[in-house]
Design a protein around this ligand. Sequence first.
Ligand SMILES: [Zn+2]
Length: 140
Amino acid sequence: MDGRNCKRRIDLQKIILSESIKKILMNHAENENPNESCALLYGNGKIVSEVFLTKNIEESPVNFTISNEQLIEGYKIAEEKKLPVIGIFHSHPNSEAYPSSTDKKFMHSNPVVWIIYSGVNKNFKAYVLESDVVEISIQD
Ligand SMILES: [Zn+2]
């Protein structure tokens, strides 16, 4: 096994998401209904400390895309705040908080923690990509 690959692996068993951050994300999801909502999550290690709410330019209830402009802006803010982007959030207005096949595809190119909110049962779930997509626990 190549040492560099080892290092690249996301070594996270859980992510810390405070009630206040959950509330911000939940409100964002409700505001964007019936479409999926999305956001970048900033933090240190496993603690999400700030969010950057983004627009779903697909305006779709089953997919989301963040514009390149907002991605650049989001990563610039991360640099300024010295808080890396540790996660990507999006909502599933009409389905469970489980990654779709499109989500899984994009998890390969964006290997951070993926947090999904289900509008159906108001649940948050978090996933990382190892050899396959695995769920990790969320604590507040
Ligand atoms: Zn999804």
